[in-house]
Design a protein around this ligand. Structure first.
Ligand code: ZN
Length: 243
């Protein structure tokens, strides 16, 4: 059983507290905005949670400062030579001018070619790349959704792709609706699969209980490593600006 999370303020930091059937308190700071989340045993009082967080406040603040520094990175300029990730691989952007609507093509193993009109601005180029990312993810997700619905014996009512600042995916259990973060197209295929496996697992087991973990253990050994890999990296920020 897990209860609804609530917020505590500790030393000026807002901490999201989730009470769960866990033995020990777990504290995490998550990119991109340094959200602080605690999983605490059901019987632990708020005062005990507060004390535990105070003991690690220096670390929490250090992590938050790091994420803040990362999020201050400037917008991508969308010029030839920039690095852009696709499915976990770093590719060199090649911007080519043409007189037709924008298009994106993967060239070889290390280039991503973006064709835009000569008058296109960096914002136009970013938008064109984001449209392509969305279309790619629309193609990549259905086979994974098929496979994981079959594995769990569940059915999704609807799914979609969104820009999200703090989540890789979400699942509305009552509506059987799942959302995936557009940024996942930049991550290795195992990360995309993990997020699909995770969100659909909520249709079997609503909360992050031991049973939830056991379900993932059974169907996706190694998921913890992939989860940590996803959480270690900030969500990209360059394309969030102005949204
Ligand atoms: Zn979850």
């Amino acid at each position: 059983m897990a209860t609804e999370p609530h917020a505590l303020s500790v030393g000026g930091v807002t901490v999201e507290v989730h009470r769960k059937a866990v033995k020990n308190l777990h504290l995490g700071v998550y990119p991109p905005d340094g959200r602080v989340r605690v999983a605490a045993p059901l019987a632990m009082s708020d005062d005990a949670v507060r004390l535990a967080v105070v003991g690690r406040l220096a670390w929490v603040k250090r992590m938050r400062a790091q994420f803040a520094a990362q999020s201050r990175q400037p917008l991508r300029e969308m010029v030839t030579g920039e690095s852009h990730y696709y499915r976990g691989r770093r590719r060199r952007l090649a911007v080519v001018h043409h007189d037709r609507p924008a298009a994106v093509t993967l060239r070889g193993r290390s280039t991503i070619e973006l064709r835009v009109r000569p008058e296109a601005t960096a914002a136009d180029a970013r938008a064109a790349l984001a449209r392509w990312h969305r279309a790619e993810l629309r193609k990549l997700l259905p086979p994974l959704l098929e496979a994981w619905q079959a594995k769990y014996g569940v059915a999704v009512a609807s799914w979609g792709i969104r820009r999200m600042k703090t989540r890789w995916g979400t699942c509305n259990v009552a509506a059987r609706r799942v959302w995936f973060n557009l940024e996942l197209v930049k991550k290795p295929p195992r990360c995309l699969e993990y997020v699909v496996a995770h969100e659909l697992a909520h249709l079997v087991e609503r909360n992050h209980t031991p049973r939830f973990a056991a379900l993932l253990d059974e169907h996706l050994p190694g998921w913890r490593t992939t989860r940590d890999e996803l959480n270690a990296e900030p969500l990209a920020h360059d394309e969030w600006a102005g949204k």
